[in-house]
Design a binder for this molecule. Structure first.
Ligand code: CO8
Length: 260
């Protein structure tokens, strides 16, 4: 599959998706959003890819938000499907079985912060900055920020960031739980790859069941969420990895989840 605004590198068992519009700090135009949705769907269908890293090209930005030049002169009915496309891309990322790590190498603003939040976890360089600056443009987050930020950091801090439009450092993002790990800029990719390889070595069906149980259960009542967990737990017995993992424990040997 050819992309105009992304690169997709497959380094089995991981893949790296890089938003590649460095001249505009990797801002997301509509074509890029469509390409991200297509790239993630394609990678999810590739059984050789067991973990994905999403990052931005250049040293300055992960993604500096939606492409603001596409906003001018638009009408409300035109912008509804625009936001919907962003939501659809994020939902593909959350509902696919393969784990996605955002390697946030610079500005993650507006739609950039929102795309990072649709990833399973965020690793950041010390120089990264996060924020939802939409208020400064007379608008609000439209790719899930009003919902996902509060779920990650709590409603109080989400309000502070969305109402003020303030940018925060990687360190503060770590302190509020928006970011999982912070690394010196020159170590970010190496450390993120190490962690992606660690996830790729796990039994992929069980990891998928864990991701789906958490992502689909999160917004349900506890009773319904526990039913989702029960289904995903039981589904583990439908895959040979379960027999391998349990067998390896009982036979006191190392499990071989991905035989070549
Ligand atoms: N859109 C378009 N162009 C951008 C964007 C953007 N979001 N961000 C940066 N650029 C461009 C600049 O215009 C500039 O272009 P040029 O060289 O032609 O002048 C180039 O990138 C470099 O940027 P700067 O010169 O501004 O670099 P600085 O280091 O001075 O500043 C900042 C970096 C702080 C990141 C600054 O560029 C900035 O504030 N950018 C805008 C950030 C922003 O407001 N983001 C939120 C956008 S709204 C949004 O994301 C809503 C999401 C809704 C999603 C809907 C579904 C798809």
């Amino acid at each position: 599959m050819e992309f105009n605004n992304l690169t997709v590198e497959i380094e089995k068992p991981i893949a790296i998706v890089t938003v590649n519009r460095p001249k505009v700090l990797n801002a997301l135009n509509l074509e890029t959003v469509d390409e991200l949705a297509a790239a993630f769907a394609m990678l999810d269908a590739n059984e050789d890819v067991r973990a994905i890293i999403m990052t931005g090209s250049g040293e300055k930005a992960f993604v500096a938000g939606a492409d603001i030049t596409e906003f001018r002169g638009k009408t409300a009915p035109e912008m509804f499907p625009f936001a919907k496309k962003g939501h659809d891309a994020a939902r593909i990322m959350e509902s696919m079985g393969t784990p996605i790590i955002a390697a946030v190498n610079g500005f993650a603003l507006g739609g950039g912060c929102e795309m990072a939040m649709a990833c399973d976890m965020r690793f950041a360089s010390e120089t990264a900055q996060f924020g939802q600056p939409e208020i400064l443009l007379g608008l609000i987050p439209g790719m899930g920020g009003t919902q996902r930020l509060a779920r990650l950091v709590g409603l109080g801090i989400a309000r502070e960031l969305i109402y003020s439009g303030d940018r925060i450092t990687a360190q503060r993002a770590y302190e509020i739980g928006l970011v999982n790990k912070v690394f010196p800029a020159d170590q970010l990719m190496e450390e993120t790859k190490k962690f992606a390889l660690k996830l790729a070595a796990k039994p992929s069906h069980a990891l998928k069941m864990a991701k789906l149980a958490m992502n689909y259960g999160y917004d349900l009542s506890l009773d319904n969420a526990l039913m989702v967990e029960t289904q995903c737990f039981a589904q583990c017995w439908s895959h040979p990895d379960l027999e391998e993992g349990v067998g390896a424990f009982i036979e006191k040997r190392k499990a071989n989840f991905h035989p070549e």
